[in-house]
Design a binder for this molecule. Structure first.
Ligand code: SF4
Length: 287
């Protein structure tokens, strides 16, 4: 089979930053337990690797109870996607030692939102309800209205004629354009900031640019990764000529029937380790 890697591949800057931060926390605190409060990044392979270095992950649903049991001075790491400010306050009160691995792009967006709120504006946040980045932003203030990508927004809540509009960093850039259009039709004075991060946008554009000679497109990453799911969505909508597969690793790909396909393109999410992609690349070359 002919195989091509769709670039970019490998970790984005935010994931590199988060992983480095976790290992730094481990190194600087050899006598302490180290816990990540939720998934450091949305990829189970990465989380398994951290565990091997005694960097433990507390599941999202267990965080509030578990932190109450940790002895003072225990190291906790905030994940790449941001965190609820109430959680940070609680962690400080408990005397836990914080390492913050929030992606700089996510931090910058939160700062913009705070400035707009301080200036007295309403904020419309386009995101996915339940996603950690979105929930972290909504925790900043009740004056932020969610435009849920699945449920839309109740425009009656927006009384500001020029609200600030911003979004989760890993949305589908094509869907976001439509949402911006919808908002401007309802609120012509809305001020829109398109904040899809470069890592997500470049990967999405690259998927669109795959030519029609490919009959198989493989997206490698974790189901829980928003940016990876968007690559799958875009591949499905823009390449009806090809079979599109979303797999976590080579083991998952081996379960798929790919007999008869001649030319494959491989794309991957911003938190997918390169060695996982390399395994898939080599397997396909041998087919
Ligand atoms: S995908 Fe974008 S927002 Fe998420 S960690 Fe990477 S650079 Fe940051």
């Amino acid at each position: 089979m002919k195989v091509e890697l769709v670039k970019p591949q490998g970790y984005c800057g935010g994931v590199v930053n988060a992983i480095k931060m976790a290992y730094l926390a481990r190194k600087e605190n050899p006598d302490q337990e180290v816990y990540v409060l939720g998934a450091l990044v949305h990829n189970q392979t990465v989380i398994d690797e951290l565990e091997k270095s005694n960097i433990h992950t507390i599941l999202e649903k267990d965080i509030n109870n578990k932190i109450e049991e940790l002895p003072k001075g225990t190291v906790v790491i905030f994940t790449a996607h941001g965190h609820d400010e109430k959680l940070e306050n609680r962690v400080k009160v408990l005397g836990l030692k914080i390492y913050d691995a929030t992606c700089p792009h996510v931090v910058a967006n939160a700062n913009k939102i705070k400035e707009e709120l301080k200036a007295g504006h309403q904020v419309i946040y386009i995101g996915q309800s339940g996603h950690k980045e979105t929930e972290a932003v909504l925790s900043i203030s009740k004056d932020i209205s969610l435009y849920d990508i699945k449920l839309l927004i109740n425009y009656y809540l927006i009384t500001d004629e020029s609200p600030f509009v911003i979004n989760q960093t890993t949305l589908n850039f094509l869907s976001l354009k439509d949402i911006h259009k919808d908002i401007l039709e309802h609120i012509p004075g809305a001020r829109i900031a398109d904040e899809i991060c470069v890592a997500s946008r470049k990967r999405q554009e690259a998927i669109l640019n795959i030519d029609n000679s490919f009959d198989l497109i493989i997206i490698v990453g974790d189901e829980s990764s928003s940016n990876t799911r968007k690559l799958f969505e875009i591949a499905v909508s823009s390449h009806p000529q090809a079979k599109i597969l979303f797999v976590h690793d080579l083991e998952a790909l081996r379960k798929e029937n790919i007999d008869g396909y001649k030319k494959a393109a491989i794309s991957s999410g911003a938190s997918t380790p390169s060695y996982v992609v390399d395994d898939i690349y080599n397997y396909l070359l041998s087919k």
